[in-house]
Write a protein that binds this ligand. Structure first.
Ligand code: TXA
Ligand code: MG
Length: 357
């Protein structure tokens, strides 16, 4: 049985919201992984996220919202597919990439509004200045004309966004290329005192990051498989292209390079239970027994959702136990395992560079 965590106290939410409004960083739970949050409208606060994570400025951040209305206020366009998908999957592990609203667009809207409404020019200018301060700055999107938006399905995350009354830019609360955190302890171990506050909402239930889907081009493109499967999305909006089949000019997924999500320990993906002949390691078994008996074997859950929910915790623990290697019994190549496969491949890519099995 997982430990029972009491709900986060409203006073803690209020304190965290005050910190965010003052430009500070707060780590908070979501259903996928813990996020490292800052006011998405404050470029200096967002710059602190990049500094603490040691993340390159070319990797854009996801903006977390507490409602569809908040999401709409940040984008230039809200296509029918966004309406359908958010109706079905928000709050939840789905990030939508859409054209970001820019200052000029908003000022332009205000200018044309003014004609019809008879608002005097001075007042109209003030309101467009107020609106422009609700604009996502380029540091959040790494200079792209698009923004990734997500409404997380966690009561503490939603309460925090509402209490701060701000959209929150939040990448996973780990250092760049490390494993994502699925408990508050993982955040403490990775970022420690560099975060102003960590809200502990217990273990994340989905356990891997959100699905990232671009709706910014002519066709939807899957940029990162995650908590909502491709099938679930396609059932609603029809065929979705994968990043590698997307035509040139489609929006890229910067920051999706292979070495994301790596444990420190070398990790091998194996097909039939083959494990290294040397040293002590841990074998994450799904179906095949390992080829050696004197090693640690951990039986992983049979369902993709339960496997995903425990994967990062298992890898964090393996790192903590100083094994020489982690060998993973490859899950089946069926659609429901797409996101788990993606994360395992990335985790294994470091192994390939360092040691041959
Ligand atoms: O589940 C999640 O999505 C977690 C929680 C905290 O919400 N967040 C997360 O953030 O995984 P991060 O920064 O570790 O990954 C965000 C990914 C980036 O690697 C990037 O590929 C994609 O989202 N992304 C964000 N904005 C984008 C944009 N404008 N265009 C293309 N990709 C974007
Ligand atoms: Mg991350």
């Amino acid at each position: 049985m997982p430990p029972t965590i009491p709900p986060i106290h409203p006073d803690d939410i209020a304190r965290a919201a005050a910190l965010l409004r003052a430009g500070r960083l707060v780590a908070f739970p979501t259903e996928t992984v813990y996020g490292l949050g800052a006011n998405a409208l404050d470029p200096e606060a967002v710059a602190r996220i990049y500094a603490v994570k040691r993340r390159p400025a070319t990797s854009p951040l996801i903006v977390h919202v507490a409602s569809v209305d908040m999401a709409k206020s940040l984008v230039a366009d809200w296509p029918e597919a966004a309406a359908l998908l958010t109706k079905n999957f928000w709050p939840g592990p789905l990030t939508l990439v859409l054209p970001v609203a820019c200052v000029e667009t908003r000022a332009g809207v205000k200018t044309s509004d003014r004609v019809g409404t008879g608002v005097p020019p001075v007042q109209a200018e003030q309101s467009s200045a107020a609106l422009s301060s609700r604009t996502i700055p380029p540091i959040v999107t790494a200079g792209l004309p698009t923004v990734g938006l997500r409404m997380p399905n966690h009561p503490a995350a939603l309460a925090l966004i509402e209490a701060a009354a701000l959209p929150l830019a939040a990448p996973s609360a780990n250092r760049f290329t490390e494993l994502s955190p699925t408990t508050a302890d993982h955040v403490r171990q990775s970022l420690g005192s560099e975060v102003d506050l960590i809200l502990d909402g217990g273990p994340c239930t989905v356990g891997i990051e959100s699905t990232v889907l671009s709706l910014a081009g002519p066709n939807p493109v899957l940029l990162r498989p995650g908590g909502i499967s491709r099938q679930q999305l396609e059932a609603l909006i029809g065929p979705i292209a994968t990043l590698k089949d997307a035509p040139a000019g489609a929006h890229p997924a910067p920051g999706m390079h292979a070495r994301h999500y790596s444990p420190r320990t070398v990790l091998y993906l194996t097909q039939k239970g083959e494990v290294p002949e040397q040293w002590q390691g841990i074998y994450l078994q799904l179906h095949h027994a390992p080829t050696r008996t004197n090693i640690t074997v951990l039986q992983m859950p049979q369902s993709a959702a339960e496997y995903a929910a425990s994967l990062y915790k298992v890898l964090h623990n393996a790192d903590g136990n100083n094994y020489s290697w982690i060998a993973v019994d490859s899950p089946p190549n069926t659609p429901e395992w797409e996101a788990v496969h993606d994360r395992l491949r990335r985790a294994a890519s470091k192994g390939k560079e360092r040691v041959q099995l």
